[in-house]
Design a protein around this ligand. Sequence first.
Ligand code: ZN
Length: 312
Amino acid sequence: MLNFREILARLAFPLVIGLALGATFYFIQIQGIAINTVTFPVVFIALIVIALLERLIPFRSGWNKNDGDVGNDALNLVITQTIIPRLFAPFGYIVLAAVTAWLAAKMGNQLWPHHWHLIAQLFLALLIAEFGRYWVHRWAHTVPVLWRFHAIHHSPNRLYFLNAARFHPVEKVFFLLPETVPFILMGTNPEVLGLYAVFNSIHGLFQHSNIYLKLGWFNYIFSMAELHRFHHSKIINESNKNYGNNLIFWDIVFGTFFYPKEREVSTIGLYNPAYPKDYVGQLKAPFQGEVDKPADFYEREDYYHDLVKNEK
Ligand SMILES: [Zn+2]
């Protein structure tokens, strides 16, 4: 018989994200409330629920202890995740809207399937954005200069919901491109983008959360915590897998899907013990160190090769 912990492990993600999408759909589509008025409170309530679930059914109880990282992550949440996208918005709406108008005139406004159900449009938006994000993320792991900026996201030694916010502002802009430019160009409905924002935020919080989750066949659709924890592994051939931000589809297509069911991840984080832990130190980190030897990039490979050597 399944106990309370096992039942919650299976229901938490589909229930919270389902209710959040349902509430967003109801308030913006049926009640006609402004999108920005709806998305923030919905994500905020989900964030509180996720934080509580981490206490109720933790994946690793040790990961619930503040590692001196909460202040850094909170700054990332405010600066990188809230202020930076808003600075980026005028560019999107002024420059790209002009291109959109030109494209619409040429193509007769047929670029986006506005007649589809809103949830189907959301999945189309996810599939398109995820393609760009997949490659930006994969290059961030394999091109040394890009790893300099991405290492920050992999620097925590534990996973909990706020890790979802930790990105370098430069990389945040790179990630924003594939999830904004195609939609502005294709004239996607603001309602779909509102649903996308809710899905993306809540999925990210769950993906990095320290909640004991059992996703089952959802692991073949979403890039959820059970898969993403391997992406944060200290071992390079585990962390260079499961690049998906929301969906795991492109990892399956491009051969980077990694789902060992019989075990869980061991140590997570960077190999370099001297990597800065504070917000300002991490802002500066990509610009420091030897040009051809960015923080932790080759160290991770050496670490992996040593490990393989020792196993033989
Ligand atoms: Zn990564």
